[in-house]
Design a protein around this ligand. Structure first.
Ligand SMILES: Cc1cc2nc3c(=O)[nH]c(=O)nc-3n(C[C@H](O)[C@H](O)[C@H](O)COP(=O)(O)OP(=O)(O)OC[C@H]3O[C@@H](n4cnc5c(N)ncnc54)[C@H](O)[C@@H]3O)c2cc1C
Length: 475
């Protein structure tokens, strides 16, 4: 029986482990932290009884993931829960742009820009499964849906600042811009629309659900699935050198390219070592977990019915904030994402208190305490918010990094998403998962298709690894 070690138990590591185990490989997962899950964990971070998502909170790409869909994770307790409104983007003056799962309702709400939304985002959502199948794979492949991919590609390559010109109203521009900001890069660069178009379309096609009982439920389901297949996870097990894993036929690294270079030192072909060392990390997140009494007093009441809330103001303001962030300057009004997971999953609240999740885009490694800037962004659209806050836990870039070695300098996206790295990560290669060392593959968010809890980097890498030892994936 072939054997494999997976280093790291984030969603990609676990997806790789399950895929290998399904194919009959004996799998051991080694996790540095004291619990599995990486960016897919939840805990009572503020007060007892309030369940917070430690990292990822919303799962459009999880709901869309062919790997997750193929695993029947409901059998292992995973239930998606959708908020009534998927996403709200409040604007000054008590208005808000709303993204409903129902395209027609969104189009109606966007008034004069509704038709244009339908022609771009709606068009993509109607072909979502076909396009997702293409973009969740490495860039170099023979497309199965070339026409859908070509039309999507023409939107994706366009800078968000150019695509936004298609919209006339402040509301539609802001709604699109906030989603595009998930790329964690300047909104003026080529390909900065890709994430925006895809995630907004996902909002209609599959929604932006949360996991009932916290994102941890995704990890718990994957770990249980792995156990059913005979695999297991060992925690508090930091891997620093490949020699410690001697005997395994396959090694899959759910790590950064730089960590892979360290683990594989002396073994990596020099061109791969150079590429890994040149791999650029991106900007950072600064996260607050808050215990808040009652609902948030949004100026626009509809915002209280949304799971995700983008706090970035007008499109032009977000362009400036993301530009500052990318240039290493802390924006005065940073782009923030606020999570009201409890709207979709009330089991996370307790004793009249709600767990609120809030993070801002900040420069890589930013060391200052920016708690007030984040709270100001909420207060701007929800006057009286501060007075309802009962407890705050702040986690800056250094804290994120110490909780997860993959979040270098607070970069939660597995590397910068600009320049050539948008298309080719971790390096320009036909097989981006291969490290060039026999039997060793990289499978983290630093590989295609990049950040997010979807497991597709892990699945794709495991398929390559199986092929290398003459095996095929179970599905
Ligand atoms: C604040 C925040 C908000 C986010 N929001 C969302 C969201 O709403 N939706 C979404 O889809 N995504 C979101 N993400 C991103 C998502 O969490 C990541 O893209 C995803 O977890 C990446 O999965 P991964 O398996 O590649 O790596 P990770 O989840 O980072 O897991 C890597 C694992 O490997 C372990 N490890 C690393 N090095 C070693 C080593 N040498 N030895 C042993 N173990 C090691 C780490 O401890 C970690 O457990 C968010 C992330 C953060 C931090």
């Amino acid at each position: 029986m072939a054997t494999a070690v997976v280093v790291g138990s984030g969603p990609n590591g676990l997806a790789a482990a399950v895929t290998l185990a399904e194919a009959g490989v004996s799998v051991r997962v080694l996790e540095a932290q004291d619990a599995p899950g990486g960016g897919a964990r939840s805990s009572e971070r503020t007060l007892p009884g309030l369940l917070h998502d430690d990292c990822s909170g919303f799962h459009p790409m999880g709901a869309a993931s062919p790997f997750f869909r193929g695993q029947d994770l409901a059998r292992y307790g995973l239930r998606w829960r959708w908020p009534e409104i998927q996403l709200a983007h409040p604007l000054d003056g008590g208005r808000a742009a709303l993204l409903w799962r129902d395209l027609g309702r969104t189009v109606e709400g966007l008034g004069p820009d509704g038709r244009r939304w339908s022609e771009t985002i709606g068009w993509t959502s109607r072909r979502f499964d076909r396009i997702a199948e293409e973009v969740l794979r490495p860039i170099i492949h023979l497309p199965r849906h070339p026409f859908a991919l070509a039309r999507f590609g023409s939107m994706a390559v366009t800078p968000a600042s150019v695509l936004a010109r298609a919209f006339r109203t402040e509301a539609a521009k802001a709604l699109f811009g906030g989603v595009a900001a998930h790329s964690f890069s300047r909104l003026t660069t080529p390909f900065s629309s890709a994430v925006g178009v895809m995630l907004a379309a996902a909002g209609h096609a599959v929604g932006w659900p949360v996991a009932e009982g916290g994102t941890q439920a995704i990890t718990d389901a994957l770990v249980a699935r792995l156990a059913d297949l005979g695999g297991h996870v060992e925690t508090s097990a930091v891997v620093t050198r490949i020699d410690d894993l001697r005997g395994a036929d396959l090694v899959l690294l759910d790590t950064t390219p730089m960590a892979a270079a360290t683990i594989l030192r002396g073994r990596l072909p020099s061109r791969v070592a150079r590429s890994y060392r040149r791999f650029r990390q991106g900007p950072a997140a600064y996260k607050l977990d808050l215990a808040v009494e009652g609902p948030i007093p949004w100026s626009c009441e509809d915002v209280g019915r949304a799971g995700t809330v983008h706090l970035g103001g007008r499109f032009e303001e977000m362009v400036a904030a993301e530009d500052d962030m990318a240039n290493g300057r802390m924006p005065e009004r940073p782009f923030c994402l606020l999570g009201q997971q409890y709207v979709a999953d009330p089991s996370r609240s307790a004793s009249g208190l709600n767990p609120v999740y809030l993070y801002a885009h900040v420069p890589h490694g930013h060391g200052a305490d920016v708690t007030d800037l984040l709270l100001d962004q909420v207060e701007r659209f929800a006057p009286g918010f501060r007075a309802r806050v009962r407890h705050v836990v702040a986690t800056g870039p250094a804290g994120l990094h110490s909780a997860n070695a993959n979040y270098v300098g607070g970069d939660i996206a597995g590397g910068a998403s600009d320049g050539l790295q948008v298309l080719f990560r971790p390096r320009i290669a036909l097989d981006p998962y291969s490290t060039g060392v026999d039997g060793v593959y990289l499978c983290s968010a630093s590989t295609p298709p990049g950040a997010g809890v979807h497991g597709m980097g892990g699945y794709n890498a495991a398929v390559r690894a199986l092929a290398g030892i003459g095996l095929r994936p179970h599905r």
